[in-house]
Design a binder for this molecule. Structure first.
Ligand code: NAD
Length: 258
């Protein structure tokens, strides 16, 4: 049975009720996990208010700001975890960012600044969060990140985010090799396209969604709940032999040869 009772789970990347991280948080809660939620702070405190209201029904025992570009905020997040929880069992890395100007047109127009920022937020952040979680995963654990087919194939307009996802998927393998002896598993979910704040920045995303609806074996896109269910599985003992893998939750689209 899928049971996460007694597990402390930190979920990053909830911006609103369309966020994949929201789908994951709901499924972890349903399976009995004790939740900690991070949000991306802004000057006016809007995100804090919005995310706080959204997650309230899940009764999180931690709610902390964490901009992954800021080492001090990462440190503060894990200091709070150490003081409040003592240990952490689950880390959900469900965030990414690239400037809108980098997500359409010629890939070769990617600026040095845009490249660095996309790789820093979308890929390096998994390394820094895993490093902070490592000493607190004293009873083993599971780390799950979100990736996309654009990290292994060329998808129109995905551009620099594809490079970030390729790097992210290698992060999964290197971290899995390092943390395995500590019984910490690290896996990625490659989700099919879903309408969210982040995906709306990618040029032509609606065309991609319609293409998946026509071509994928299941003839539809996937939902946040389906991704959430897979994340819950990857965080549970049911997947105890799985690490270093990228699991596709994409209605089977990636097997097609068109
Ligand atoms: P989303 O916009 O709901 O989530 C993106 C999150 O990243 C937001 O919560 C945002 O606050 C956070 N974020 C951005 N910069 C940050 C920073 N510096 N520090 C901390 N958090 C930051 O969109 P989503 O589609 O749910 O994206 C979640 C993950 O899923 C991303 O890694 C995305 O690439 C991946 N993904 C999305 C799709 C899709 O089609 N939506 C498909 C495959 C993979």
């Amino acid at each position: 049975m899928l049971d996460l009772t007694g597990k402390n789970a930190l979920v990053t990347g909830i911006a609103n009720n369309r966020s994949i991280a929201w789908g994951i948080a709901q499924q972890l809660h349903k399976a009995g996990a004790n939740l900690g939620i991070t949000y991306l702070p802004d000057e006016k405190g809007r995100q804090e208010k919005k995310v706080k209201e959204l997650v309230e029904p899940l009764n999180p025992s931690l709610f902390v700001p964490c901009n992954v570009q800021d080492d001090a905020q990462i440190q503060a997040t894990f200091d709070t975890i150490r003081e409040t929880w003592d240990k952490i069992d689950i880390l959900i890395h469900c965030l990414a960012f690239a400037g809108k100007e980098e997500l359409s047109g010629d890939f070769s127009n990617t600026s040095r600044e845009g490249f660095t920022r996309a790789l820093d937020i979308s890929s390096y952040s998994l390394v820094s969060l895993a490093a902070a979680a490592k000493p607190l995963m004293t009873e083993g654990g599971s780390i799950v990140t979100l990736t996309y087919l654009g990290g292994v194939r060329v998808i129109p307009n995905y551009n620099v985010m594809g490079i970030a996802k390729a790097a992210l998927e290698m992060n999964v393998r290197y971290l899995a090799a390092e943390l395995g002896p500590q019984n910490v598993r690290v896996n990625g979910i490659s989700a099919g396209p879903i309408r969210t704040l982040a995906s709306s920045a990618v040029g032509g995303i609606l065309d991609m969604i319609h293409h998946v609806e026509e071509m994928a074996p299941l003839r539809r896109t996937v939902t946040q709940t389906e991704v959430g269910n897979t994340a819950a599985f990857l965080c549970s003992d049911l997947s105890s032999g799985i690490t270093g893998q990228i699991i596709y939750v994409d209605s089977g689209y990636c097997i097609m040869g068109m």
